[in-house]
Design a protein around this ligand. Sequence first.
Ligand code: C2E
Ligand code: MG
Ligand code: MG
Ligand code: MG
Length: 291
Amino acid sequence: HAKAHDRGKCVLFKDDMRDKILNSIQMSSLLRTALDQNLFSLVYQPILELNTMTVSGVEALIRLNDSDGRPVSPMVFIPYAEQHGYISSISEWVIKTAAQQTSDWRRLGFDNLRMSINLSGKCLTNSAVVNTLQKYVKACRLKPEAFDLEITETAIIEDLDLSLNILDELKALGFSISLDDFGSGYSSLTYLNKLPIDTLKIDREFISQIQNEEDELHLLSAIINLAHQLGLRVLAEGVETETQLNYLIRQGCDLAQGYYFCKPVPSEEAERFIASRGFNAAEEISVENIR
Ligand code: C2E
Ligand code: MG
Ligand code: MG
Ligand code: MG
């Protein structure tokens, strides 16, 4: 019995190893092919201004299918790309594509629509990202103000001084900066003061804790108040219910995005959503009127 058991274990272990190697080779080849043949795509999730319930911008999120047409999550391939030397090429593709889309939308008349781009932490340890951003902003005749760069804390902590320099430079050029996924993992209050950020994006995990409108989520309230005292705007990510939305409005949250409003969608669908909700509204539309 013991032998059979051990043998079983051994086989399992070997299979595990083979899977891992195959996965890594497949992943490398998938990413290389995707870069060569332009197989990545971007979807866009609208971000709403809660004062007016109009669209203030969209977040660009990358998509990739494997050779069988099944989606591979960016939560899987982005970390792989960071570790295996593909991230700067992928980032450049994202920046280029998002800038082109922003410029197309400007031509359609979506004037002040802001494009949010997720910047991998690896990018913040190399000043090349500053040139890449400037290059495509100029090529598309846009201003850095049209872009919001989403960064995460874990990314910055790797090389704080260098990341801070790069972020200060981007901020000085006119890009706005958001701290993504705040409240997940090892959030540290000290960074809030050190980083040149404009917006705090509260992690979906926090928002999902809002179950009833009478709930009292003291930590969430405290984060919103603290952000406001530091002069930051607050964006709630992953808003899925009306209850969560109403709660956030009462807490004075500034911006929100989530399935409740719109999933991340291809550009034409995002366009329809933006046109129907309105963007950068000249007059203030009250929440009651629109809902
Ligand atoms: P993130 O930047 O925090 O993006 C938010 C994620 O939450 C997205 O997942 C989005 O589809 C999802 N989401 C939005 N609203 C809701 C909601 O109401 N409910 C739920 N359950 N989920 C919602 P996605 O697109 O799978 O992206 C996952 C992560 O991958 C992103 O997290 C970001 O860290 C990374 N990522 C995505 N696109 C890029 C990119 O172009 N470059 C880089 N460097 N990272 C990216
Ligand atoms: Mg993000
Ligand atoms: Mg996030
Ligand atoms: Mg996230």
